[in-house]
Design a protein around this ligand. Structure first.
Ligand SMILES: Cc1cc2nc3c(=O)[nH]c(=O)nc-3n(C[C@H](O)[C@H](O)[C@H](O)COP(=O)(O)O)c2cc1C
Length: 256
């Protein structure tokens, strides 16, 4: 394990949050603090016997196979703690250089939801009336969707996933993020699975272009909207399109 001794500015007791590096306002006193630059810890790994592994793999597949995109929501409230756990699960995703380049904006305020719906429907109206190709419109027919998006105000929560094109460190300097789309896509997959696992439903909504979300939610320049996920319980009479998933032979190629 490598450690370095680094003098820090403005440190009062050593157990307090470190100050911003390079602060120009003068030196109070120095505190030599051992900082771990990197290190390793033992992996927490529970080996499974082959029948338990198979059983768990099958159960997990069956759980996720029951996930469906739902576009008809109930206004039944959802516990905030559930949403918090779901977000923590999303954020366990791997990310390029562990930059975790995502922000999840959680909207339950009815006025903000109404603003988002109004702006999304405006974009979707344009999409369905000229911006989408005939092929695209034909591909969407089986979903019965149009520019109306009532779920944006009915669902108790809207989670807006933002990707961080770059970051800013404590001194306000730009820092690079890597594989941002891949990383945020993986976190969003976790998020959608966690929503389903908690007995809730969502629709992956992409009211393109989505930059209105940056304005409505007052997000900084380095954040770009990625997905909009209404979260809640399904309406009692909710229906989903009759579609199927590709078989293993269509989605895999094996080199044995
Ligand atoms: C990136 C992405 C964007 C999507 N955008 C929309 C959307 O804007 N509106 C919508 O109703 N569904 C949207 N969907 C949902 C898909 O239509 C849905 O996932 C697909 O039909 C498969 O159905 P399932 O999720 O029930 O398995 C989107 C899905 C993905 C992955």
């Amino acid at each position: 394990m490598n450690t370095i001794i680094r003098p820090l500015l403005f440190v009062t007791p050593c157990d307090q949050k470190p100050p911003r590096y390079g602060s120009p306002t003068g030196i109070l006193y120095f505190c030599a603090m051992a900082e771990t630059t990197h290190g390793f810890i033992p992996l927490q790994h529970t080996p499974l016997d082959s029948s338990t592994a198979l059983e768990r793999a099958r159960e997990f597949y069956q759980l996720l196979d029951r996930r469906r995109t739902v576009r008809e929501f109930s206004d039944r409230p959802v516990a905030r703690e559930l949403i918090e756990l779901i977000l923590k699960t999303a954020s366990t995703a791997p990310s390029g250089a562990n930059k975790q380049p995502w922000t999840f904006c959680v909207v339950s305020n009815p006025e903000v939801k109404a603003k988002i719906r109004e702006a999304a429907e405006k974009e979707e109206y344009e999409n369905y009336h000229g911006r989408m190709s005939d092929e695209w419109l034909k591909d969407l027919e089986k979903f019965g969707t149009d520019w109306h998006k009532p779920f944006l105000t009915t669902a108790p929560y809207l989670i807006v996933v933002f990707k961080k094109a770059y970051d800013r460190n404590a001194a306000g300097e730009k820092e690079k993020n890597y594989y941002v789309n891949e990383s945020v896509g993986l976190a969003s997959g976790n998020l959608i699975s966690a929503i389903h696992n908690a007995g809730l439903v969502t629709v992956t909504h992409t009211p393109s272009p989505m930059n209105f979300l940056q304005k409505v939610l007052d997000r900084p320049d380095n954040e770009r909207p990625f997905l909009l996920l209404p979260v809640g319980y399904p309406a009692e009479d909710a229906q989903v399109p009759k579609i199927s998933r590709k078989g293993l032979e269509e989605i895999s190629v094996w080199y044995e």
